[in-house]
Design a protein around this ligand. Structure first.
Ligand code: AQP
Length: 321
């Protein structure tokens, strides 16, 4: 059974990516799974080429340092030729209406005078990611479910029109892991590309910076440490972060700390300890380009091997070559 997940190098890896996804990929992933660093998806909005390249490399190092099986990690653009070819075939299987209906496209394009065409078509590229690897399951949140549904529609249509090539993928609800909120604005989730980095803990932030950001986290003026996400979102966020790093439950933790200052120190200590080995190993990998290059080449080769026969069949059956 192949599961496919991805992380987009739209900014440096942040604590939410790590606690909500990467840590789980390391604990539960198998070498059969595919973890893509989706650098092609990062180009759907304005991007800086050298920043994209270095963020891609950094994410690769973080995933491996966090313990994700390197055999299952691949950089999406290392398969750009295969993905480009299948994306074209799938675009010729998809209608404009189906692409334009995607809620993410509507949201991300709303109010903009100029939108890259790839923002409209990237769900088709995502379908190519999924179908080319023969993924059975795609764990996603609500925002991506519609894209996996499109991949199913395209697989069904292609198989029905030209012949059976693609495995039918299904979206599965990503297990509820920590949903980390922005420290400066707990009404939003923590995000790599947040405009204000004060509310975002990056996995590679040095410990003193992590502590400073957590000390400055927005709380409230109620002055009681309770786990009440609706009334006290800032405090609840700190309790959830502390819980995710210590394996305890947030309600229990609420009773064990006296005040906000103590909660913040405890959360900072726990986050620093949780991230320390990942940060150190990532740094080692980034300092040893040859090892990282080897891991990258190996991951690319594996995912290419897995998809070549399917791509060849899709091209042949749709009348190409
Ligand atoms: N705050 C979060 N809490 C828990 N999980 C999170 N993830 C992201 N933010 C949080 C999970 O990280 C994985 C990779 O995310 P992604 O790169 O595919 O896209 P994203 O969700 O859009 O991530 P960001 O950090 O918020 O990036 P930007 O700023 O570019 O939008 C996913 O499994 C995601 O659920």
């Amino acid at each position: 059974m192949i599961r496919l997940s991805a992380i987009t190098p739209s900014g440096p890896v942040q604590l939410g990516n790590y606690l909500g996804a990467i840590r789980r990929w390391a604990a539960e992933g198998t070498e059969e799974d595919v973890y893509f660093i989706s650098d092609l998806h990062a180009m759907t909005t304005s991007h800086n080429p050298s920043r994209l390249r270095s963020l891609t490399r950094e994410q690769l190092a973080v995933l491996i340092a966090a313990g994700v099986d390197p055999r299952s990690v691949a950089v999406q653009s290392d398969l750009v030729r295969e993905l480009g070819a299948l994306t074209w075939v799938l675009e010729c299987t998809c209608t404009y209406g189906e692409a334009a209906r995607m809620i993410q496209f509507k949201e991300k394009s709303a109010g903009r005078s100029s939108v890259r065409l790839s923002l409209l078509t990237y769900p088709v590229l995502m379908a190519a990611d999924i179908l080319l690897q023969g993924a059975h399951e795609v764990p996603v949140g609500d925002d991506q479910r519609q894209h996996v549904e499109l991949a199913r529609v395209l697989a069904r249509r292609f198989n029905g029109t030209y012949g059976e090539v693609f495995v039918m993928p299904r979206s599965v609800v990503a297990p509820t892991a920590a949903r980390v909120r922005d420290l400066a604005d707990p009404s939003r989730k923590m995000a790599k590309s947040a405009k204000d980095a004060a509310g975002t803990v990056f996995v590679l932030d040095p410990p003193d910076l992590v502590r400073r950001k957590i000390r400055r986290a927005v709380t409230d003026d109620l002055g009681v440490v309770r786990y009440a996400p609706e009334e006290q979102p800032g405090v609840a966020n700190l309790l959830e972060i502390l819980a995710a790093c210590t394996g305890k439950d947030p309600e229990g933790l609420a009773g064990s700390v006296q005040d906000y200052a103590e909660l913040k120190e405890a959360a900072a200590d726990a986050v620093i300890e949780e991230l320390r080995p990942v940060r150190e190993v990532t740094q080692g990998l980034l300092d040893d380009p040859a090892e990282l290059d080897r891991a990258r080449a190996h991951g690319a080769e594996r995912s290419r091997e897995r998809c070549t026969h399917r791509l060849d069949a899709a091209l042949r059956m749709s009348g190409l070559g």
